[in-house]
Design a protein around this ligand. Structure first.
Ligand SMILES: *[C@@H]1O[C@H](CO)[C@@H](O)[C@H](O)[C@H]1NC(C)=O
Ligand SMILES: *[C@@H]1O[C@H](CO)[C@@H](O)[C@H](O)[C@H]1NC(C)=O
Ligand SMILES: [Zn+2]
Length: 503
């Protein structure tokens, strides 16, 4: 996940409450890849040791993105050498083409045996945010194993995915697997600082080749465990959209003068009043639209009393539920566009009327709204022509990918979750409140899914871009297994009409 936006992950979890359509009994008719016999996802002791050692080695390469301009290019190059060494089959198989894009990113084209099947793409990124050593139980780039966990920056975000994808493919190749459906693997080297040099170039390259994808799988959704208030069971959330964002600068300029004879209002006063209005006036609550009613009724079974009653009887308790959702700042972020005042600068000297006052607001746009709509709202709330608005950066929420019975990518993920994690009974689409490299791939497909098959509890959630990021050896093995199965499941022709929903 991109820096500064990761806190939002948890929010995604709550989404369930709010936006998700619950899906339990959908399925794919053909559980087995056609023609070929299925390769069981069982790995020997030696393979499992090699698997975790490979991840440790990857963590030890400090592929840090410091900012837009600066990254450890030595480490990025070293990482390229490293994967060549660790995954020899991937790099020597005749039906796999490997390209370095944007100097350090990697694109693999895996040619399937059936060209009539539309290809898909697996994505991940191997750059990481900086990790100063203070506060870590073990040095962040040590890759040390302790108490069943591999520790270090990148163990969750997102070298685990990079390594698991290549590892699963390596293991499949060692078992003589030949895919039917072609696929791509795109590994970005600057996701944490925009993806402009990596993902964007890979996307442009694929577009220039006329590639259209059936679907894309990236990071951004997880198996939430203990993160959703009121729900004990694990919830697998496949994110089908991402919030948009605006960085907005508010500015008031006035003629400077001496403070001994001040004007009635100063730039600071005017701006302070404006941002205060913004803070006091939340954007509209989007709760209660679309398929939400149905979702609530279905999910209601999962909530404890008395919430189950509220959610089951929205006709009566809608205003109450609406307020409940607003009260928690996490769930609040899921039902509306949020505005956070993040910077405020003004004044040059104790006795000088300030010529300029500036504030910066970071806005996260709910998928039901657009940049334009939100800017209109802000203008109306500020309601003062002396306050100039400058958009520093803005992008709309990402399109919502389909999660219906015919959505191949969604259904393949659904099916693979069911078979690898039989203990999970709640699988739901959701929104990723952070942002990922997928923003660069919207021209290639309408099916963009963000899902990492990793259990995430509140502690793990905090470690994203934070302290003591770690992954259990077992969890990593499950991630490899998941991708190993997903790749085989994708060899199916298409999604078929599922049996009746049980309700
Ligand atoms: C960059 O990575 C190399 C290893 O590839 C490492 O030796 C070096 O210390 C890193 N530099 C910084 C500034 O982190
Ligand atoms: C998508 O395609 C349009 C039209 O070719 C192009 O202008 C735009 O830059 C592309 N967007 C991305 C993210 O590649
Ligand atoms: Zn990430």
């Amino acid at each position: 996940m991109t820096r500064q936006r990761v806190c939002v992950l948890a929010l995604a979890a709550m989404l369930l409450l709010v936006f998700a359509t619950f899906s339990k009994s959908k399925g794919l008719r053909d559980k087995e890849p056609q023609g070929e016999s299925r390769i069981p996802s069982q790995f020997g002791e030696e393979e499992r040791v090699a698997m975790k050692e490979a991840l440790k080695g990857a963590i030890q390469i400090p592929t840090v993105s410091f900012n837009l301009m600066e990254s450890n290019t030595t480490a990025l190059a070293e990482f390229g050498e490293y994967i060549r060494k660790v995954f020899p089959a991937v790099f020597s198989t005749r039906f796999i083409q490997h390209e370095v894009v944007g100097e350090y990113s990697h694109l693999f084209t895996i040619q399937g045996s059936d060209p009539s099947l539309q290809p898909y793409m697996l994505m991940a990124h191997f750059d990481v945010v900086p990790a100063p050593e203070e506060g870590w139980e073990v040095p962040p780039f040590s890759g040390l194993e302790r108490d069943g966990f591999i520790h270090g920056r990148g163990t969750l975000d997102n070298k685990n995915s990079v390594m698991a994808i290549l590892q699963a493919l390596e293991l499949l190749l060692m078992r003589k697997y030949i895919p039917r459906r072609s696929f791509f693997i795109a590994l970005g080297h600057d996701e944490e600082v925009s993806g402009l040099k990596g993902a964007k170039k890979i996307s442009a390259l694929l577009q220039s080749r006329g590639v259209q994808l059936a679907f894309i799988v990236d990071e951004g959704g997880y198996i939430f465990s203990g993160l959703i208030p009121g729900i004990q069971k694990p919830v697998a959330m496949i994110a089908v959209s991402e919030k948009g964002a605006i960085n907005l600068r508010l500015q008031v300029s006035m003629t400077p003068g001496h403070s001994s004879a001040p004007p009635k209002e100063t730039s600071i006063g005017i701006l302070a009043a404006a941002v205060s209005r913004l803070e006091q006036t939340p954007m509209p609550n989007m709760f209660g639209s679309g398929t939400l009613e149905m979702t609530m009724k279905q999910l209601a079974h999962e909530f404890p009393f008395p919430f189950s009653i509220f959610f089951r009887n929205l006709w009566l308790f809608r205003p109450l539920v609406r307020r409940l959702i607003e009260r928690n700042y996490i769930t609040n972020a899921l039902v509306r566009t949020t505005t956070a005042l993040t910077m405020f600068n003004a004044g040059i000297k104790e006795n000088v009327i300030p010529p300029v006052a500036q504030a910066t607001v970071n806005i996260r746009i709910h998928p039901a709204q657009t940049v334009q709509e939100v800017l209109e709202l802000v203008k109306n709330i500020v309601a003062d022509d002396r306050v100039q608005l400058h958009v520093l950066k803005a992008f709309d929420p990402l399109p919502i990918s389909p999660s219906d019975d015919q959505a191949l990518g969604y259904q393949l993920l659904h099916q693979t979750i069911q078979s690898v994690f039989p203990e999970i009974s709640i699988i739901t689409p959701g929104i990723c409140i952070g942002n990922t490299d997928t923003v660069h791939y919207t021209n290639l497909t309408t099916g963009i899914y963000r899902f990492n098959p990793i259990y995430l509890d509140p502690q793990g959630f905090k470690s994203f871009h934070g302290l003591n990021e770690k992954i259990s050896v077992k969890a990593y093995e499950f991630q490899v297994k998941f991708i190993f199965e997903l790749i085989q499941n994708a060899d199916i022709d298409r999604v078929s009409v599922p049996h009746l929903h049980e309700l």
